[in-house]
Design a protein around this ligand. Structure first.
Ligand SMILES: C[S@@+](CC[C@H](N)C(=O)[O-])C[C@H]1O[C@@H](n2cnc3c(N)ncnc32)[C@H](O)[C@@H]1O
Length: 306
């Protein structure tokens, strides 16, 4: 049984690989599910550069792909795409792939606190060497900032009520575990909505502590720079905030002019850099969803460099 079942595997690789001898970048190599399949489809002249923020995932893949000289892996964020490519003397890729979010292994790892089902420290960072754990934010940030995080990164409707409960509770004792946060949230919302809202609250703090949305924007822009003409950018996202960023970036990069319509001539000098391949995102079929619940929310978008 694999540690993490890769989502939309065939679909993503059909789009990604255009040259069997090319250079490829797996931005979120995770437990190497997609990477293994990419490698099977490439020949011996190809290169696959991979990054992952998570140290355990990195170590796993280092071992898994040891002995395959086509693979170069870095324990760093995908925003480092240009730096790690320079180290490998790669100036352009035939395909860049990102399977965003968290792996099943991370969800099950009690030291990370990604799940509210078991009591674990409220950390939520994928790279513990950077930034502050979620418990710091929850115990120290003012009410308005907590409300903003819940609304902006979790689209939580009851943000004000939940944030006020957090402030009340932390006045009594520090909120250090996932179960404490769960209790606070459950005390602030109707019972029948608790699973949905709990997921949104944990998602909000996770996105905030990992700076996920800003990093995604920066990565996508660099990824477009790093593609060869005809090269493909293939992204799988798992929630609407991420998907919106991917969709909007693809749209913006596919426009040749962004001047206001009332201008008689174009003055923006905008360059069209992408052609959108998937007009609508691809989603998992019934069979895949039945076998792998994580695939339920997956959306796959593909664009090609012009
Ligand atoms: C859904 S999993 C990828 C699974 C992988 N495709 C596989 O088949 O095993 C997402 C991975 O992205 C990593 N990740 C999330 N944000 C990242 C970032 N900014 N830079 C690099 N890796 C990141 C996580 O640590 C996690 O291992």
């Amino acid at each position: 049984m694999s540690l993490h079942v890769p989502v939309l595997l065939n679909e993503s690789l059909e789009f990604l690989i255009t040259d069997k001898s090319g250079n490829y970048f797996d931005a979120t190599i995770g437990y190497g599910g997609h990477a293994s399949e990419i490698l099977k489809r490439l020949n011996s002249n190809a290169t696959l550069v991979g990054t992952d923020k998570d140290e355990k995932a990195y170590k796993h893949c280092k071992e898994k792909f040891e002995g395959d000289s086509r693979v170069k892996i870095f324990n760093t964020g995908f925003t480092e795409i240009k730096r790690v490519s320079m180290i490998q003397f790669i100036d352009a890729y035939d395909g860049i792939f990102a399977d965003l979010g968290v792996s099943s292994v991370q969800l099950d790892d009690s030291s990370l606190g990604f799940t509210y089902r078991t009591g674990s420290p409220l950390d939520l960072r994928m790279d513990k060497s950077k930034g502050k754990p979620a418990s710091y934010i929850i115990n120290n940030y003012p009410l308005e900032k907590l409300i903003e995080i819940l609304k902006k990164y979790g689209e939580v409707k009851n943000a004000g009520r939940i944030a006020r409960r957090i402030i009340e509770r932390r006045g009594v004792e520090k909120i250090e575990t996932t179960l404490q946060l769960r209790e606070v949230v459950e005390g602030a919302i109707p019972k029948h909505k608790s699973f949905k809202i709990l997921s949104q609250v944990f998602q909000a703090f996770r996105i905030y502590v990992n700076n996920e949305l800003e990093e995604l924007k920066s990565f996508l822009s660099d990824a477009v720079d790093m593609l060869k003409p005809g090269g493909r950018l293939v992204v799988i996202s798992y929630h609407s905030l991420e998907d919106r960023i991917v969709k909007e970036t693809f749209k913006y990069e596919s426009l040749s002019c962004v001047c206001p319509p009332e201008l008689p001539v174009c003055v923006c000098n905008k360059e069209q850099r992408l052609k959108i391949i998937t007009k609508k995102p691809l989603v998992a079929g019934e069979e895949e969803i039945k076998n792998n619940k994580r695939s339920r929310s997956a959306k796959l978008r593909v664009a090609e460099k012009i």
